[in-house]
Structures are given as structure tokens and as C-alpha cells.
Design a protein around this ligand. Sequence first.
Ligand code: CTP
Length: 382
Amino acid sequence: MARILLGVSGGIAAYKACEVCRLFVKAGHEVVPLVTPGAERFVTAETFRALARRPAGDDVYLHLTRADLLVVAPCTANTLAKLAHGLADNVLTEAALAHRGPVLVAPAMNPRMWSHPATRANAEALRARGIVLIGPDEGETAEGELGVGRMVEPDEIVRAAEELLAGNSKLKGKRVLVSAGGTREPIDTVRFVGNRSSGRMGVALAAEARRRGAHVTLLGANLAVPAPLGVELVETPTAADLEREAIERDADVVVMAAAVADYRPALALAGKRPKDTAAWTVELEPTTDVLATLGASKRPGQILVGFAADEGEPGLARAREKLGRKNADLFVYNDVGRADIGFDSAANEVTILTAGGERAVPKAPKDEIAAAILDEVEKLIH
Ligand code: CTP
């Protein structure tokens, strides 16, 4: 997900910035709070550090932190003027000069201050520079005056921020279906045949697609991690559930990151089988290959992504073969022979295969791998 600089300047609306911070964190973003001395009169920097789950301590280069987005909420008349004129007298205004990338500003001030020609001109100067202003809203201000000056609500700021982060992604507005986790095929009512997939990779892909502005449905098979905010979660604990839910949905991009069981017990016993000394033979029957089924009925323009968990060079060769056989557009090859990546780990290292070639993505956190995969998916969208 994205790294967001959250600039908080000194107005009473600073308390609402706590909620903005919390919502960003909940959505999976990394937040770097930049709290001005003026804002500290209302809410302490410590509050934001706690909400953003950042370690305490003074980073002298905090203002130089590279980020995907700068959000200033609330932006007082004073800070607005400083931003318009390029002043750099505190951590927030310094960061604004050092930041490269989109900026979202949520002004909050007394209505007479907002309507003053000086403030109007400053706001215009920022807009002319491509900075996005959101609000202020009309209503009653904290001091009891009616007019335009209230900061827009935190959820609206977060929505606007997500829009900016999505930028010009080709996934914006697209329907993306992601399966994640590992299915469990019941043997009786308490036992199952399962696998070690945690769902982290698929969840990272769902979060990244959401960040790029897609409408994401996540088919979750026994996820060990929570689904990202803003993503529709459909629980699909078994291969049969996953098959049913995947087939009935129409999506522009389908990412089959789930480890779907290839076999299930032919007969799931009703109740729990009591222990005895006899051997127990369980007959397994093949499940439907969901990806291959989707591949066989793929409509023009639809993009199918498969995952292959295998070992070494021979595994890579098998993944290449699966790309063609399952009529997929992209395959992500995961070398499960290595202990330091894949399954339960937070990091991964993959090779992305398409008809056009291969791209090796070096070991990185799963959210970065997700971004690399979706970059390649975007290249396939016309
Ligand atoms: N898949 C599927 N339905 C299944 C099994 C797998 O849609 N019943 C999908 C997986 O989600 C994944 C890809 O197919 O995207 C994996 O293909 P698979 O042939 O199962 O490969 P592996 O499990 O990696 O390896 P193997 O062929 O050894 O089973």
C-alpha cells in the first residue's frame, strides 16, 4: 500500500485528523504524521504517532521522507499561505517543498478568513500547481459561525486520497476478482485436507488493486490475515465454494492466487470419525480446475492470472507450460523449494511469465511484489 505524509496544522479540526490517520492505517497505508507546533496546541504529535503505529524518537530528516502522497488536513489559512508561497518554517511546510507527487489539501478556517481575497488567491495558486483542494464545507464552525470553512469529513478526505493514489492506473474502475488463501476439503466434520497458504500474497494483491481504483472482490479461503478495507470479501473455504463463486462472477481481471486443492475426499463423513486401531484409507477425487475453466470461457479483453508453486528450474518450465494450457495471460512463479520466501513469510520472490516474456522480481515484501504483478497486468490491458 501507499506511504502517506499526513500534515496536520494548527486548527481545532486537528482532532478530526486523528480519524483521518486511523482510516489510512486501517486501509493498510503507512502514515508519516507531520504535526506542526501550532497543531500541537490541540492534539499532540504523540497521538498521531500512536495511531500511525510509528516508533517514538526524533528523525531529523522526517521532512525528507519520500512518499506517494502528501495530505494536509486540516490546512489552516496560515499553512495554506505558506504552501502557496513556498515557505519552509516547520516540518510540514519543509516536507511540502521536498515532496514530489500528488498533494491533497483540506482547508479548515473561519468563513471570513476563507473568503478573504488573500486566501482565495493562495488557494488558486495551489490549484494552478496541480494541488487538489477538498472543501471546505459549509455549516457551523466550532466558534459558532455559519459559512464555508469547516474541514470536510475524514472519510471524504480518505476517499479523495485513494482517488489521487489511483492516479491514471488502468485498473481504475475495473472489476478485479482475487482468490486468496488455501482451501480445506473436509474428511469428516472436524478434519480436513488443507495446505499452508496464508493468503498474504492474494490479500496484498487485493489491497494493491483497490489502491489503484479497482472494484475488488476477494474470494477468501481460510485467510490467516484480515481482508483489506474497501474490498468485498466472500468466504470460500472449499474448492467447491471457490469454483461456484468464481464462475458466477464476471470480472475484467481474475487473479487466482489461492492454493486450491487439486483433490478432495470423495466422501466427507457426517460427524467425527472415532479413533480406532484400524488403518483409515481416504479416497481423493480431483477437483475442478477453476483457472482452466475460466480460461476455457475467457471473453475478449478479460485477463486471467495464475500462480504456480513449484521448485527450481523444472518448476519454472512447468509454469510456462501451465500459462498456455490454462489459457491464462500471466503466471506468477513461486519457488516453494526455498524456506525464506513464500507461504507464511511476509516476503516473496517471483518470476512473472507472460506470452511476451519473463520478469524476475527480486525478494521484496509481498505488497511490493503485488505492485510489480499488477504493473505487468496493466501492460496487458488495452
Ligand atoms: N487452480 C485452480 N483450481 C484448482 C487448482 C489450481 O484454479 N483446482 C489455480 C491456482 O489458483 C493457481 C494455478 O491454478 O493459480 C495453479 O495451478 P496448478 O496446476 O494447481 O499448479 P500447482 O498447484 O502450482 O502445481 P501442480 O500442477 O503440481 O498442482
